[in-house]
Design a protein around this ligand. Structure first.
Ligand code: BTN
Length: 236
């Protein structure tokens, strides 16, 4: 399905490389990144060559009205691939972090390409990484979650396959149906979460997503508000 796949031993960031190219669809994979990026300008530890660092460029013929759900959609696709590989007990932490037992295993970064209306989707997944120096939160890996070492190539192939199919499918998905699917993987539902709204700290209990993919949170006042800023803290 993917016609163009470029594989690097080392690159600054697979997402940067895809951004620098014209064509799409286009995939970039690397064993290591020297400047891996996470969301909010954070660094993505990319020193281990036992992980997946994957980016692809994609241009929709017509951007779907529910484009705001794409990041959540990709999270669900990754979670489903891992399930097919035999993993259990994992899920997606809104908006698009892959978690297992309250530890982060992977993350997704969606950016607009500077060259066109193309989107660049970056996925980082800890596969067989045993140690890391640059991660400031509890983390895990696919191999830890599965209790065995994992064939990175085989996982990559399964992931690339599912991603291509799901990108073709995405414009046609019904939002209501997706919300059901999301609910199966949502791990923050029912937990106590904290946000910052400007300087103000807001706490509440997530209860799913709205049609734009924003997180619905039941506040202490009983009101349900939609949030689209990161969760600062989850009390698991
Ligand atoms: C996050 O959770 O903050 C998102 C992390 C995304 C990391 C991936 S690794 C492949 C691609 N290239 C990058 O520089 N970042 C993404």
């Amino acid at each position: 399905p993917w016609a163009d796949i470029r594989v690097f031993d080392t690159v600054d960031s697979t997402s940067n490389w895809v951004k620098s190219q014209q064509q799409s669809p286009l995939v970039c994979l690397a064993d290591q990144q020297t400047a891996g990026r996470g969301r909010h300008g954070q660094l993505w530890d990319s020193s281990s060559d036992e992980n997946i660092y994957l980016s692809f460029g994609w241009e929709f013929d017509e951007p779907p009205a529910h484009l705001g759900l794409l990041g959540l959609w990709i999270g669900v696709v990754v979670a489903e691939v891992l399930e097919k590989q035999g993993m259990q007990g994992h899920g997606v932490k809104w908006p698009n972090d892959i978690y297992w037992q309250q530890q982060k295993m992977g993350g997704i970064l969606i950016e607009a390409s500077n060259l066109s209306s193309r989107l660049v989707v970056g996925i980082g997944l800890n596969v067989n990484m045993a140690e890391a120096s640059d991660i400031d939160q509890p983390w895990t890996s696919v191999s830890e979650a599965m209790g065995r070492s994992v064939d990175r190539e085989q996982l990559l192939i399964a992931l690339l396959d599912a991603l291509f199919t799901s990108m073709v499918e995405f414009p046609h998905v019904a939002v209501k149906e997706f919300k059901h699917r999301w609910n199966l993987w949502d791990i923050v539902r029912g937990q106590q979460v904290t946000f910052f709204e400007g300087d103000e700290q807001v706490s509440g209990i997530p209860s799913g997503i709205d049609d734009s993919g924003h997180l619905l949170v039941k506040l202490e006042s009983g009101a349900i508000n939609a949030f689209n800023t990161s969760i600062r803290k989850v009390r698991w």
